[in-house]
Design a protein around this ligand. Structure first.
Ligand code: PMP
Length: 365
């Protein structure tokens, strides 16, 4: 089989070793003579698998015990409504930073439940986009939490500094950045992510939430909050109030073990930084490719760029594909090229893309 590199933004590339292991035990999981997809989530083997996933995630992300880990379904988008419904009572509201498409989607949904205080920290200077430092954001004293998305998957713009906000609950959508670099969980009240970029196949959403944010008091809860979205109920039922997405959990579990074996988040964070540096320096050192985001706010996982002559972009994509460099087309809102280089993208893939970019530039200048 021809070796390809998959730059898809999500669902995204998974480690080959993990896919091979899943293939090997596809019809006979843990010597039970059936597939993991056919087993009850109440089975002891499966319950052990869920525990292992939690423990491995706790270890990899250094999650303190005052935080709970919940497994849900419905993707990150479901959390756009579940968060205000769980965290805000009728008369309460929250700050929402708008830095790109996904933060804006979260705002649209939050508006159904509250009147969010919207912060627009994206600025443009000399044609270059940058984001105002978090400490300068115009936060409202009377809001319950601040929601933001540190890595905007479509635009490739990111907030790389950690949010160090005293007296404020920070809620972050890490769908395209979870486990890609070390973070200090204590800076957040809640983190959530759908898994299909860095952890596993679509279906599972991970929530890491400070215990005291899970509302136990019925009087403080919105009466229309659906049980399947109620963090207290999800916790009470050990993330099995509805049947969990068993295959996505299983494969995510294998990816977490793979990451641990590789050296954990510290190790992969260094590689991710290196991969992004190599790619951005190729873009910056050429007059053929352009990226208009300031160095501090460039995503390390979604590298978005354009060709100076956009008419050549289709040819670039066609030739890239012929060279085994797949799914590089930018999102239709932005156009151009987007190289999504999550944890499973080896540095060889990035180097191959860089060689291709250099060759393409020479041929079509
Ligand atoms: N947030 C971010 C940052 C994303 O990248 C995505 C998906 N691309 C979503 C939210 C939506 O996730 P889902 O489709 O799993 O609901």
């Amino acid at each position: 089989m021809k070796k390809i590199f998959n730059f898809s933004p999500g669902p995204a590339s998974l480690p080959y070793e993990v896919l091979k292991k899943a293939q090997n035990e596809f019809t006979n999981w843990h010597n039970l003579n059936i597939s993991v997809m056919e087993i009850s989530h109440r089975n002891n083997e499966f319950i052990k698998l869920m525990k292992d996933i939690k423990n491995n995630l706790r270890e990899l992300m250094n999650i303190p015990f005052e935080y709970e880990i919940l497994f849900c379904q419905g993707g990150a988008r479901t959390q756009f409504s579940a968060i205000p419904m769980n965290l805000l009572y009728y008369d309460e509201t929250a700050d929402y930073a708008n830095i790109g498409h996904w933060s804006n989607q979260a705002i649209k949904e939050a508006k159904k439940y509250c009147k969010p205080n919207i912060i627009n920290p994206v600025r443009k200077k000399n044609g270059i986009y940058y984001i105002e430092k978090i400490e300068n954001w115009n936060l409202n004293d009377n809001t319950k939490y601040i929601h933001y998305c540190p890595n905007e998957t479509i635009e490739g713009i990111a907030i790389n500094e950690e949010p160090k906000l005293k007296n404020k609950i920070v809620v972050a959508d890490l769908s395209s950045s979870i486990l890609t670099k070390e973070i200090n969980i204590k800076n957040y009240g809640m983190i959530y992510a759908s898994v299909q970029k860095n952890i596993g196949p679509a279906g599972l959403t991970i929530i890491i939430i400070k215990k005291d944010l899970i509302i136990n008091d019925i009087k403080k809860k919105r009466k229309e909050l659906p049980s399947v979205l109620d963090y207290q109920i999800i916790l009470k039922y050990n993330s099995m109030f509805n049947t969990p997405p068993t295959f996505s959990l299983y494969l995510s579990g294998l990816v977490l073990k793979w990451l641990k074996k590789k050296g954990g988040v510290k190790y992969i964070g260094k590689i991710n930084k290196k991969k992004a540096e190599l790619l951005y320096s190729t873009i910056d050192s050429s007059d053929f490719y352009i990226n208009k985001i300031s160095n501090n706010n460039r995503s390390i996982t979604n590298i978005v760029f354009h060709l100076k002559n956009p008419k050549k972009e289709n040819l670039f994509l066609k030739k890239a594909q012929e060279n085994g460099l797949m799914y590089l087309k930018g999102h239709k809102m932005i156009g151009g090229i987007r190289a999504s280089i999550y944890n499973a993208m080896p540095i060889e893939g990035v180097k191959k893309l860089i060689n291709f970019m250099n060759d393409f530039e020479k041929s079509y200048l």
